[in-house]
Design a protein around this ligand. Structure first.
Ligand SMILES: [Zn+2]
Length: 493
């Protein structure tokens, strides 16, 4: 047994000690009153909290991105080309893929395929914009995707063209998605490596457990195999999975007994568990596809009383929620707009046990909706870092007044709704410290009366996040029996 001595507990500032054995807490309480144990560490009065929990993220995608060339911080064509040249030498095979491209940072705007062809004309190269809606391709990538001067633009997208009409390499929206569709899918081993890479990155942030929020797109069985392999091969964090509805119940889903076999193998590792089913109700604010009451800024309501996109008609959403509920699963539904939030609450109520389920994001909520959510009793998770990264897009599409009221942490918490915080990585880098700081000090343009206290924000990224995953007392608490990893938090208080 090892003693960790003389720290302050984040919830009340009490000076405490903790006794640990085999990575688990044996005892924690007032300093100097515990069982005898070998002194492992004295923290000299530093404040600690349990290791963080990220209960809404996309683990394989995060790990794959971490393995790609990252262009963050580069601010000229020359710098981007130099980074590509280095990468082309150090990893010469397959597609050369880079992320976090941002033409707004470069004099001259977008790179073109001619510039990328200088790096390699034989090997396909793709640079993905940080917003995920655009890319630049070289000639080899366009050739693999069969894009020529004669190729028409796809619906909802465009191949930007030079004066002669030939594609110049810049791919917008559907054109970008189409070309990315030719990038080979990773193997099970490749996905397992990505999961471990994501796990190592998250462990570096002090995260002890993460929940993937859409397992099974594109392929549930190979993803389950990859998650199992990652845990067997030393992934440093425990894993929870919320499986995409279609991968479990859709027409193309594998046979239920085959899925259950794969889940059983994953859970047999002792460090993985499937905790629910994911459904999307609507889109996002930046692309004006979140389902909101009224209209987007400068526009008329698109559908009478509301605007944006529903992924499913309300009755279909209800039926899908019921299917998952009846199969014994907790359901997590993505609802960004206020109109979507009401439809999700309708669907949860229709199950008769709404408090078993989770609502994701709830960026736009009226007072009446918050009251309704509190009565229903389901848990909510929000991603503070979005406010930090996407403020401009929110302002453009919603205007100042509605933007100020996005993500009402304080009102949601005060209404008694179990509120957890998470990242949605790889959409954002996902440092929990930045999330906690943003939730307790909302950026300019966002109503400061919706701030949490730092202690409440830490609670939401630890204790409440664990509750939401069914890991109460196992993670996120440092109570006897729980995982013993902790983080220092004086910089957050
Ligand atoms: Zn997500």
């Amino acid at each position: 047994m090892e003693l960790v001595q003389n720290f302050r507990w984040f919830e009340n500032g009490e000076v405490q000690d903790m006794v640990i054995a085999g990575g688990k807490v044996v005892w924690r309480g007032a300093s100097g009153t515990g069982p005898t144990a070998t002194l492992a560490k004295s923290l000299n009065g530093a404040t600690i909290a349990p290791g963080f929990i990220d209960n809404h993220c996309h683990i394989i995608a995060s790990g794959i991105d971490l393995g790609r060339l990252n262009l963050t911080g580069l601010d000229s064509h020359e710098a981007v080309l130099a980074a590509l040249r280095d990468r082309n030498l150090s990893e010469p095979d397959g597609w050369l893929l880079a992320v976090q491209y941002d033409q707004n940072r470069y004099a001259g705007g977008h790179l073109t395929r001619a510039e990328l062809d200088q790096i390699s004309s034989a090997r396909p190269i793709l640079l993905r914009h940080f917003n995920g809606h655009a890319s630049v391709a070289n000639s080899a990538a366009l050739e693999i995707a069969n894009v020529t001067a004669e190729t028409p633009d796809p619906e909802g997208g465009a191949y930007r063209r030079d004066a002669s009409g030939a594609p110049d390499g810049v791919l917008l929206e559907a054109a970008h998605e189409r070309v990315w569709g030719f990038v080979p899918d990773p193997s099970v081993e490749g996905m397992a490596d990505a999961i471990i890479r994501a796990g190592e990155s998250m462990a570096g942030y002090g995260i002890t457990i993460a929940c993937d929020m859409q397992t099974g797109r594109p392929d549930l069985l190979s993803e389950l195999k990859a998650y199992t392999l990652a845990l067997e091969n030393g992934c440093p964090i425990d894993l929870r999975l919320v499986i995409q509805w279609g991968a479990m119940f859709g027409r193309r889903a594998a046979a239920p007994e085959v899925i259950q076999e794969h889940i059983a193998a994953f859970e047999a590792t002792g460090r993985g568990r499937v905790v629910g089913i994911k459904i999307f109700a609507d889109g996002a604010i930046g692309s004006a596809t979140a389902a909101i009451y009224g209209a987007y800024e400068g526009a008329e309501p698109e559908h009478g009383t509301w605007s944006g996109q529903l992924m499913y008609a309300p009755e279909k959403l209800k039926a899908m929620t019921l299917t998952a509920h009846d199969a014994g699963y907790a359901v997590s539904v993505h609802a960004i707009g206020d109109y979507a939030a009401d439809l999700v609450m309708d669907a949860f109520e229709a199950t008769g046990e709404p408090s078993r389920h989770r609502i994701e994001h709830i960026m736009l909520m009226s007072d009446a909706q918050i009251e309704r959510l509190s009565k229903i009793g389901c848990a909510a998770t929000m991603q503070p870092e979005f406010l930090h990264r996407f403020g401009h897009a929110y302002l453009r599409n919603l205007g100042a007044e509605r933007t100020a009221k996005l993500k009402r942490f304080r009102s949601v918490l005060d209404a008694g709704i179990p509120l957890s915080l998470s990242s949605d990585r790889p959409i954002v880098p996902g440092d929990p410290r930045l999330a906690i700081r943003t939730a307790s000090h909302r950026p300019a343009g966002f109503d400061a009366t919706e701030n949490l206290t730092p202690t409440e924000a830490i609670f939401a990224h630890t204790v409440e996040a664990a509750n939401c995953l069914g890991d109460t007392g196992r993670f996120g608490t440092l109570q006897p029996g729980s995982d013993a990893r902790y983080v220092l938090v004086d910089d957050l208080l």
